[in-house]
Design a protein around this ligand. Structure first.
Ligand code: NAD
Length: 248
């Protein structure tokens, strides 16, 4: 029960890594809120939670809209009393070759993947500072690690690189009360990668030294570690969970 009585909010919790993290957090004793753009995803995850004996607070909201996220944070704190852990997990990737990439692709990607992290953290931080404790975990990607940016998603890669930089600055500015860290997943078996051509998925597996995609649970366990008291003296760090992909 590593998160006993902690209150956690997970963005993009309507499926994939976010939903898996929400279930793991609940199993570890946390009271969990999830926010997502897609109401049907929230309903499905909440129903599964109920079956497992948990009660999730669900919020329809867009991480890139300041007023919506401030409203979500206020409701969560009103209903559950506090916020101890924020997982900035919501993210999108729009695949298009460099010469066809549009300003709209860039703006949308940066709004969700980077400004969304900033806005959710800015909404949560005042509560955490008042409590004098809190943990923020930002989900980047191996594609955000210097030489690992990928063709077709250069805007995604740039946004994830910026999340690492933002994490380090937030860690300085919100110390000593809030620990801010990044998990950088390798290719993970979720909807985001299921839609890719089989050859691309095969290359992803071949590129990893551990010769498989990550399962969402692999990533969720790393997030749990950084959210728990085991990581109380860790801040401003990047935890790569990529089966060795970035070693190449
Ligand atoms: P996913 O697409 O399966 O789930 C993402 C969830 O975020 C969806 O439920 C979606 O509705 C929600 N979302 C999207 N935009 C939102 C917004 N503006 N506001 C609120 N919710 C929004 O993705 P995933 O594979 O579970 O990825 C989760 C995170 O991990 C993302 O940040 C992603 O970039 C990162 N990541 C994924 C992989 C991978 O291979 N799957 C690898 C590295 C990093």
């Amino acid at each position: 029960m590593r998160l006993k009585d902690k209150v956690a909010l997970i963005t993009g919790g309507g499926r994939g890594i976010g939903a898996t993290t929400a279930f793991l957090f609940a199993e570890e004793g946390a009271r969990v809120g999830i926010v997502d753009l897609r109401e049907e995803g929230l309903k499905e995850v909440a129903a599964e939670a109920t079956q497992k004996g948990f009660q999730f607070k669900t919020f329809v909201g867009d991480v890139s809209k300041k007023a919506e996220i401030e409203g979500v944070m206020e409701s969560l704190v009103q209903e559950l009393g506090r916020i101890d852990v924020l997982v900035n997990n919501a993210g999108i990737a729009i695949s298009r070759p460099f010469l066809e990439k549009s300003v709209e692709d860039w703006v949308k990607t940066l709004e969700v993947n980077l400004i969304g992290v900033f806005l959710c953290s800015q909404a949560a931080a005042p509560y955490m500072l008042q409590q004098k404790s809190g943990k923020i975990i930002n989900i980047s990607s191996i594609r955000g690690i210097d030489h690992c940016g990928r063709e077709g998603i250069m805007d995604y890669s740039a946004s994830k690189g910026a999340v690492i930089n933002l994490t380090k600055t937030m860690a300085k500015e919100l110390a000593p009360y809030i620990n801010v860290n990044t998990v950088a997943p390798g290719h993970t078996n979720t909807e985001m990668t299921k839609s890719l051509p089989e050859e691309v998925r095969r290359n992803m597996i071949e590129g990893s030294y551990l010769k498989r995609l990550a399962e969402p649970e692999d990533i969720a366990r790393a997030i749990l570690f950084l959210a728990s008291n085991d990581a109380d003296f860790i801040t401003g760090q990047i935890l790569l969970v990529d089966g060795g992909f970035s070693l190449k």
